[in-house]
Write a protein that binds this ligand. Structure first.
Ligand code: PLP
Length: 469
């Protein structure tokens, strides 16, 4: 399998090349040259597989440059970090079933892909004899998932910037309690955007980036997208175990369009998916796009801080991979759309609007703070289950799209313990922490505080970065 650029201007790459590369050379995103196909017979034959075995089958269709036994070793190592069922399903009534994606070490769905990425990155670096210094900025979830996936790796170190004093105590503990020597937590005296600007400045200095072997593990990473495809297959197989249903729908709490893009890949591969329902919070740029065909990203100043903070995103970095399909896989049309956006602040696919549903099955909706609280409350009252705020956004929008005879699966993207304040506001209870979480909350913290200053960061990275030898 070869990977091409959404802008049509790069040589095809292998899976391992694409995952080390990040962006394609022409600034586009990498996509499979041809989407792999899974027929009904193959799908049925996967029913008895464990999660890591299924991951080997699905990822094997994408990572054709990795021998099967190496892939199997990596998927079992990745999902050994999940206790019990890797992805449990549970019904909450009204035709809705939650798909539990938050059983990993940091209690959010990002672990599903990051744990595999940690394995395959180390593998790809070993093959090329190189090292990688991951530089990232986080407001919470992504940074901790990355650190937990990359800790202790020989060929990778992590420099993770976070805004000083602006993460929850839980998020701080999850990152700063790690004492692995390849993990560097750096608290910047500033806000999240300052952190991101520092990353952009250093990564944009190509000499520095090359000399320090800097890289990223952000949501456009091909290994993350492909690893997420696996749980759509898993959920379909489990939800149809007793026969009967064929097509079902998924609702996905969305921000960067990474998670739902993986569902879109699964549908294109032949998985019987009826609707992909995209749920946003008040930062509803994507809902606007899927309702009107007009994509108008917002600035960080226009992005609201909400009670589902991991979806506070107004520029969806993975959308380009969908636009590529919408544009008939024509890189020139993708480039034209970005040029239109640069001139007008938006691009316009209104002429293609009927295809959004008919051809791609994608619909969308918005959930607000009041909706979120009401949904957490109603699910708790009806079932005794406590769901996290992001998942609540999903359930709220899913309820608008439930159709009789079509099971609706909602992806649970985090555990409620991560967002205890909102839970308390919704239902007035204080969630219990497990012994393990309490130990983590009380552990000594490892973090360096730094001024919002690129020069200081450069000096720090030069001194601590891994070197090839
Ligand atoms: C990252 C995240 C999302 C959004 O996922 P995207 O892939 O960016 O669309 C939703 N919920 C939680 C809890 C997250 O951490």
């Amino acid at each position: 399998m070869q990977y091409i650029s959404t802008r049509g201007g790069s040589e095809p790459m292998s899976y391992c090349e694409a995952l080390l590369e990040g962006l394609a050379r022409d600034g586009g995103l990498t996509v499979p040259a041809v989407m792999p196909q899974v027929d009904g017979e193959t799908l049925e034959s996967w029913r008895s597989l464990t999660y890591p075995q299924l991951a080997t089958e699905v990822l094997g269709l994408f990572a054709t440059d990795i021998p099967r036994e190496d892939l199997a070793r990596m998927t079992s190592a990745a999902y050994a970090a999940f206790p019990g069922d890797v992805v449990p399903l549970r019904s909450i009534g009204d035709g809705i079933t939650l798909v539990g994606l938050s059983e990993g070490p940091t209690l959010a769905f990002k672990d599903m892909a990051m744990q595999f990425l940690g394995q395959v990155l180390e593998y790809a670096l070993e093959r090329t004899g190189s090292v990688l210094n991951v530089l990232g900025a986080t407001s919470g979830d992504t940074g901790s998932a990355a650190e937990h996936a990359l800790r202790g790796k020989d060929r990778i170190s992590v420099f993770m910037l976070s805004p000083l004093g602006r993460m929850s105590s839980f998020q701080r503990a999850q990152m700063f309690s790690l004492d692995d020597k390849n993990v560097h937590n750096i608290a910047i005296d500033g806000v999240f955007d300052d952190c991101q600007n520092l990353v952009k400045e250093l990564a944009g200095d190509l000499d520095f980036k090359g000399a320090q072997r800097l890289g990223a593990v952000n949501s456009i990473n091909l290994a993350r997208i492909t690893a997420q495809v696996v749980y759509y297959f898993w959920a379909w197989l489990r939800a149809t175990d007793d026969g009967g249903w064929t097509e079902l729908s998924f609702t996905v709490p969305s921000g960067n369009f990474g998670n739902i893009l993986s569902g879109f890949f699964a549908k294109q591969m032949g998985l019987p998916v009826h609707r992909l329902v995209l749920a946003t919070n008040e930062n509803n740029v994507l809902d606007e796009f899927f309702r009107t065909g007009i994509y108008r990203p917002r600035s960080s100043a226009e992005t609201l801080a909400t009670s589902s903070p991991s979806m506070d995103i107004s520029k969806a970095s993975n959308l380009e991979r969908f636009i590529f399909e919408l544009a008939g896989r024509d890189g020139a049309r993708v480039v034209a759309a970005w040029n239109e956006l640069a001139t007008n602040g938006s691009f316009d696919f209104t002429a293609d609007l009927p295809r959004f549903i008919e051809e791609f099955g994608i619909v969308s909706g918005t959930s607000t703070h009041a909706d979120r609280l009401a949904t957490i409350r109603s699910v708790y009252e009806e079932t005794g289950e406590v769901i996290d705020p992001h998942t609540a956004d999903g359930v709220k929008v899913a309820r608008e799209y439930v159709e009789s005879g079509v099971p609706m699966l909602v992806l649970e993207t985090a555990k409620p313990q991560k967002f205890a304040e909102t839970i308390s506001e919704a239902i007035g209870i204080e969630l219990e922490y497990s012994d393990e979480l309490r130990t983590m909350m009380d552990a000594p913290q490892h973090v360096v505080e730094m001024a919002n200053d690129a020069e200081s960061l450069r000096v720090f990275i030069e001194a601590a970065a891994l070197r090839e030898n």
